[in-house]
Design a protein around this ligand. Structure first.
Ligand code: MG
Length: 352
């Protein structure tokens, strides 16, 4: 067999996940995404930095500092929605993935994939919004790339970003560090972004005044780090708080117990979720962080969050226990216990 045939014959060294074709569920951020990442990307790219499974790669560069790198692609539909747009989303999402590793985000690259026919004025609005978000986050957009594809081959525009930051060598905030006894804090209400985008689409017959929470969280996170000891942070984007807590429980091999009565949800979001049959625990957020912190420091960290505009609705939502390992459990409002699973398929495609 020639080398070319070998390549075109779909040679793959590992069993492929979930059937022969990619489906929307592979982009959900839930179980199907995780299977694709673990069984294909990590299995083939296979190295310890990637396989750690955090929001960003952490690479030692000297005795004093580690480099933190994250990449993200943005395909949200529509391009503009209440509270934000694809440009603000691209910058904030990238900044947040670097910041949740305890790092200071510094530089960002942007790659644009533009569809022939896109209005230049639309692109101008989006790029201006990106610069405004970058100013707020105090990061600089320092390199980029532009490609144009024929009409019909993309939907307006897609944006890919890469974020780079640094973290002092002694700081080790990762998904693996949650410990029994730790306290779980959520920085605000669940599901605002997902419901804002769905209602902007108008295709579910839903109208609401909900605005996306899309925001750069690095400023608040740096104040939180000064207030106390943080073991794990993650932004609950696609898959929502429920899926993100499951990722952490598995990475840290612990149980996370949450209380339904403590979960912050705006009444309008709760109502929209009820109408649409969604659970706010699985709806995307773009300006929220889950922090798992040392029990003794929880109040001090919560207080600085509540003083910050992006954390004013912060709540302690639960705690970390030893068992049942790798599980998330919720004590419901009526006193029963419910297992919170990872989101399985696709709930809302093209939400970010
Ligand atoms: Mg993230």
């Amino acid at each position: 067999m020639s080398e070319e045939m070998d390549f075109q014959g779909a040679y793959c060294p590992i069993p492929l996940p979930h059937g022969e074709h990619i489906v929307l569920g592979h982009g959900s951020g839930g179980k199907m995404s995780q299977d694709l990442i673990a069984n294909l990307f990590q299995a083939i790219f296979n190295n310890p930095i990637l396989n750690r499974g955090d929001d960003a790669a952490v690479i030692p560069i000297s005795d004093k500092e580690k480099l933190v790198i994250s990449t993200d692609s943005h395909v949200v539909d529509p391009l503009f929605f209440p509270g934000g747009d694809i440009g603000r989303l691209a910058i904030c999402g990238t900044v947040n993935d670097v910041a949740v590793m305890g790092a200071t985000p510094k530089y960002i690259s942007v790659g644009f994939i533009l569809e022939e026919g896109l209005e230049t004025a639309t692109l101008g609005r989006i790029v201006t919004s990106m610069q405004q978000a970058a100013d707020e986050a105090q990061v600089r957009i320092v390199t980029g790339d532009t490609k144009v594809v024929p009409k019909g081959k993309a939907d307006g525009l897609y944006i890919n970003t890469c974020g780079i930051g640094t973290v002092p060598a002694e700081i080790n905030i990762t998904g693996c560090m949650a410990q029994p006894g730790d306290i779980v804090i959520l920085s605000g209400t669940m599901g605002d972004h997902g419901i804002a985008v769905v209602s902007a689409r108008g295709d579910l017959g839903l109208e609401s005044n909900i605005r996306s929470d899309v925001a750069p969280l690095n400023g608040m996170i740096s104040q939180m780090m000064q207030a106390g000891e943080i073991h794990t942070m993650r932004d609950p984007t696609r898959g929502g708080v429920g899926t993100t807590l499951n990722e952490i429980a598995r990475q840290s091999k612990v149980a996370i117990w949450i209380e339904e009565s403590r979960l912050p949800v705006k009444p309008e979001v709760a109502m929209a979720c009820e109408l649409l049959g969604f659970d706010p625990l699985y709806i995307a957020n773009e300006g929220k962080v889950i922090a798992i912190v040392k029990r003794q420091d929880a109040d001090a960290i919560l207080n600085v969050m509540r003083e910050h505009p992006y954390g004013k609705d912060a709540q302690i939502i639960g705690e970390v226990k030893e068992s049942p390992q790798n599980r998330v459990l919720m004590r419901t409002a009526i006193g029963s216990t419910r297992i919170i699973e990872t989101l399985s398929g696709e709930l809302l495609p093209r939400i970010c």
